[in-house]
Design a protein around this ligand. Structure first.
Ligand code: SF4
Ligand code: SF4
Ligand code: FES
Length: 251
C-alpha cells in the first residue's frame, strides 16, 4: 500500500486584511524648492507656476485668479529673488517659481477711472489732456515697459497718447490685460491701461473703417429679422443646441 504522496504543504491564503495591497509604481520624488508666500517659507514643486505653488502650499485663491492661462490679468505678482535688489513682476498663472522667491500677490491695483461719454469726446489729444493729464508727466524711464508681462511697448503707447496718435496707442496697447503692473511702477503715477482703453474706444467709435456687413447685420437685428430663430433657440435643449452649433455655416 502506498501512502498517498503528500505534496508540498500548501500556502494558506492570507486573510484579506493581511494581503499585500498592490500599489502603482512610485513616481520619483519631485524636485522641490523654497519660496516665501506672504512672508512664510514653503517648499513647493520646482516646476510649479507661482499660482500652482500658492495652492500647493495650502492657500485658496479667492481674488487674483481668473483664466489661469495668461489672458485676464487678474493674477499680478511682484517678487524679489535672493541676493538681487530688483523688483520683478509677472503673472502668477504663467510664471514659474524660482528658488528663494519672495512673492506678493496684487489682485487689485488702486486706480481711479474717470467716467466719460464717448459721444462727447473728440478723437484727438484733447481727450487725453482732459481725462489723463498725468501722462504729460512721463519721464520716459521705460519702467512700465520692463514691468509688462505681455512685453508691450508701454512707454511708447503713452508717448503716442501724448502726441494724440490714437491709432498707434490702440495698436500698441491691443494685447493689454489691465493687470496694472505698469501702473504700480510708474514714477509719474500714470494708469497706462486706462489710457489704452480710452484710445481703443476712440478708435472704435471714430476712426475704425466702417464695415458694411456689420451695418447691414445691425439693421437686420433692428428689424427683428432673427427674432423667430432666437426664440426657437432659447427653447432648445443643450444637445439640440450643440447639434445646431456644429451644423452651422461658417465662412
Ligand atoms: S500694459 Fe500694463 S496693464 Fe497692460 S498688460 Fe502690460 S503691465 Fe499689464
Ligand atoms: S513708467 Fe511712467 S514715467 Fe516711466 S516711461 Fe512709463 S509712463 Fe513714462
Ligand atoms: S489668472 Fe488670468 S492672467 Fe493669470
Amino acid at each position: 500500500m502506498m501512502a498517498k504522496k503528500k505534496g508540498p504543504p500548501k500556502k494558506k491564503a492570507a486573510p484579506a486584511r493581511h494581503r499585500p495591497v498592490k500599489t502603482a509604481p512610485q513616481e520619483p520624488p519631485k524636485e522641490m524648492l523654497m519660496v516665501y508666500i506672504m512672508g512664510k517659507a514653503h517648499r513647493v514643486p520646482a516646476d510649479a507656476t507661482i499660482m500652482g505653488a500658492i495652492e500647493y502650499a495650502g492657500y485658496q485663491i479667492k481674488r487674483g485668479a481668473g483664466c489661469r492661462e495668461g489672458f485676464c490679468g487678474a493674477c499680478a505678482t511682484v517678487y524679489r529673488l535672493p541676493g538681487d535688489y530688483k523688483i520683478y513682476t509677472g503673472l502668477a498663472c504663467t510664471t514659474l517659481v524660482q528658488e528663494g522667491m519672495w512673492l506678493s500677490q496684487l489682485p487689485v491695483i488702486p486706480a481711479q477711472k474717470p467716467v466719460y461719454d464717448i459721444e462727447k469726446l473728440e478723437p484727438n489729444v484733447t481727450a487725453f489732456q482732459v481725462l489723463y493729464p498725468e501722462i504729460f508727466r512721463c519721464v520716459a524711464c521705460n519702467t512700465c515697459t520692463k514691468a509688462c508681462p505681455q512685453s508691450l511697448e508701454v512707454m511708447d503707447y503713452i508717448q503716442a497718447a501724448i502726441r494724440g496718435d490714437i491709432e498707434k496707442v490702440m495698436d500698441l496697447s491691443f494685447d493689454c490685460l489691465s493687470c496694472g503692473l505698469c501702473a504700480i511702477r510708474c514714477p509719474a503715477e500714470i494708469v497706462h491701461y486706462n489710457v489704452g482703453i480710452l484710445a481703443r474706444r476712440l478708435y472704435g467709435r471714430y476712426l475704425a473703417p466702417k464695415s458694411p456687413e456689420l451695418e447691414k447685420r445691425l439693421q437686420e437685428i433692428k428689424e427683428k429679422k432673427f427674432d423667430k430663430e432666437y426664440k426657437e433657440m432659447m427653447g432648445m435643449k443643450r444637445d439640440e443646441l450643440k447639434k445646431r452649433y456644429y451644423a452651422r455655416d461658417t465662412e
